[in-house]
Design a protein around this ligand. Structure first.
Ligand code: HEC
Length: 223
């Protein structure tokens, strides 16, 4: 009599085989360091970039934009080097997305100056007449709430102290409000006069846009 005629034994044996398969293919890799590559080039988000990322999630930008360049020739030609696992070490949750109504943003950092982003966010149609991206100019009328920035970075495990977070916020505020800021004219144009001396949600989203893919680009530049 073969095993086929013993249903209970067969069920138990197949359950055991499936369990072994699950452990080998799921749980073993989960604890293998080589499946979680880290790169010294990839740095965590600053407090401001993380605030920008939260606004990106809040506004649902990832419903129209992906953040992953696939290893296909056409994608690499259009966007640049394809995305690697280690780039997403600090992305919780990741924002790979699945829908590309707009272009992929994973290699956006450094592609345009800040002024481009201020202008584009305020009116995408002023840059691309047929763009169906909504305008987000009102983000510049919202003061950036940094009261939870430290908590956010610590929950994410970025390892900054409260002072470092304060410093990052002060540094970025200093940068965008200074007279020497290279995108000052455009920022002033989109920001209400009463908020020009402070950080707005628009500033944070621009900071986040400039961070996307920046670490990988600097890694490639040094190769
Ligand atoms: C309804 C879909 C839609 C939504 C929602 C949307 N976008 Fe877009 N986005 C587009 C389209 C289409 C384009 C291409 C045309 C253009 O640049 O306006 C684009 C282009 C862009 C670009 C320029 C990319 C490049 O490489 O030239 C950036 C940056 C961008 N979007 C950021 C954002 C951010 C940030 C948000 C959320 C606050 C957002 N988008 C929400 C559709 C969308």
């Amino acid at each position: 009599m073969g095993i086929n005629s013993k249903p209970v034994v067969f069920a138990i044996l197949s359950a055991v085989v499936i369990l072994i398969g699950t452990v080998v293919t799921v749980f073993v890799p989960l604890f293998m360091p080589s499946t979680q590559p880290v790169s010294s080039y990839v740095k965590p988000y600053t407090a401001i970039e993380l605030e920008g990322r939260d606004i990106y999630i809040r506004e649902g930008c990832n419903n129209c934009h992906t953040q992953t360049v696939r290893p296909l020739r056409t994608e690499v030609l259009r966007y640049g080097e394809y995305s690697k696992a280690e780039e997403f070490a600090y992305d919780r949750p990741f924002l790979w997305g699945s829908r590309r109504t707009g272009p992929d943003l994973n290699r956006l950092g450094g592609k345009y100056p800040d002024s481009w982003h201020y202008k584009h966010m305020q009116s995408p149609q002023s840059m691309f007449e047929l763009s169906n991206m909504p305008a987000y100019g009102w983000l510049a009328s919202n003061r950036l709430d940094t009261s939870n920035s430290f908590r956010k970075t610590s929950i994410q495990g970025f390892g900054y102290s409260a002072e470092q977070v304060k410093q990052q916020i002060a540094d970025y505020a200093g940068k965008v409000t200074s007279a020497g800021y290279d995108s000052k004219t455009t920022r002033d144009l989109v920001t209400p006069a009463s908020l020009r001396g402070e950080l707005t949600e628009m500033d944070a989203i621009v900071a986040y846009m400039q961070k996307l893919g920046r670490d990988v680009k600097s890694m490639e530049a040094k190769r």
